[in-house]
Design a protein around this ligand. Structure first.
Ligand code: NAP
Length: 270
């Protein structure tokens, strides 16, 4: 078990998801400028504060879980507070950022030569089924990667990538849950249009999505082969896939994900 004091700045959706996965509440402090966001931690042994500096002073690992637009202010706040310990105290802390588009160099430039790891998690982390990509900055050591791996491993799977791949990762697995939810919406609507109730249509869709994902994962059979296994000549699936093919749905999905990557590049802050 990871025996580190973890301070989380930003008690939003992702911050809360991480806290849920971390097993030792007395090793967690969460900071948010909005006091009302901290209420849900009452009585859970988790320390709370509205002062980011206090959280940074206390924590050995600092998880920056604010929106990209707020990151500059948070980092400026940490630096301008003339950190209570000696300057080297900041360097002994590990900074983990989960903000989309914020490069490790952006944080290093503001905080100095501190170890930074950039992570792109996704929302299934809320139920410990997340996919997190981790990418170390210039001053991060392998023990820092190990710590980040342990933290994000507690809410799902972890893979390491060079930072140049993080925009593609953001487009694929960071935004990815939304693509699957979109497909689920469409399937549920199709069920409804064919006369099945919304509730039953959703139940059929969800179990089919779960079963398909688990079948692909557990067997290791590539998705195209699994698709072929469902598709018999002249059958119902073939009829459906013909429509998807002629509507160029696969190309549209690829185009959409590439567009998400471009947007991530545009949002990128050095
Ligand atoms: N949600 C996702 O699917 C997802 C996936 C991967 C990565 N991420 C990344 O995760 C980060 C957090 O996302 P989220 O969805 O959890 O956002 P969120 O729900 O908006 O949470 C961010 C929290 O930080 C607070 N905050 C803002 N400025 C602050 C400051 N100066 N000091 C302390 N707290 C401050 C916000 O308060 P206010 O609301 O009052 O501003 C809010 O409570 C983002 O950078 C995002 O790119 C999100």
């Amino acid at each position: 078990m990871l025996n580190k004091k973890i301070a989380i700045i930003g008690a939003g959706k992702m911050g809360k998801a991480l806290i849920r996965g971390l097993v030792c509440p007395k090793n967690i402090m969460v900071s948010d400028k909005d006091k009302s966001k901290l209420k849900s931690f009452a009585g859970k042994k988790i320390k709370t504060t509205t002062c980011n500096i206090k959280a940074v002073e206390w924590g050995e690992v600092i998880i920056l879980s604010v929106k990209p637009k707020d990151m500059d202010d948070v980092l400026k706040g940490i630096v301008s507070a003339r950190f209570a310990g000696p300057a080297s105290a900041l360097k002994r802390k590990l900074f983990i950022s989960i903000a989309a588009g914020i490069k490790t160099s952006f944080i290093e430039k503001r905080l100095g030569h501190v170890p930074v790891i950039r992570v792109m998690p996704n929302t299934p982390a809320l139920i410990c089924e997340g996919m997190s990509a981790i990418s170390p900055g210039r001053f991060a050591k392998s023990r820092d990667e190990h710590i980040a791996g342990a933290i994000f491993g507690s809410v799902g799977s972890v893979m390491k990538f060079p930072e140049r791949d993080m925009d593609a990762v953001t487009a694929l697995s960071g935004s990815g849950p939304a693509y699957f939810f979109f497909l689920m919406e469409a399937l549920t609507l199709a069920g409804k249009r064919m006369g099945i109730s919304n509730k039953d249509s959703l139940a059929l869709t969800l179990q089919t999505a779960l079963g398909a994902a688990l079948l692909a994962k557990k067997t290791g059979i590539p998705p195209f082969k699994l698709r072929e296994m469902v598709t018999s000549k002249g059958g119902t699936t073939e009829a459906a896939l013909k429509i998807l093919g002629s509507s160029r749905v696969k190309e549209a999905i690829i185009k959409a994900v590439i567009k998400a990557k471009k947007r991530s590049v545009e949002l990128c802050k050095n």
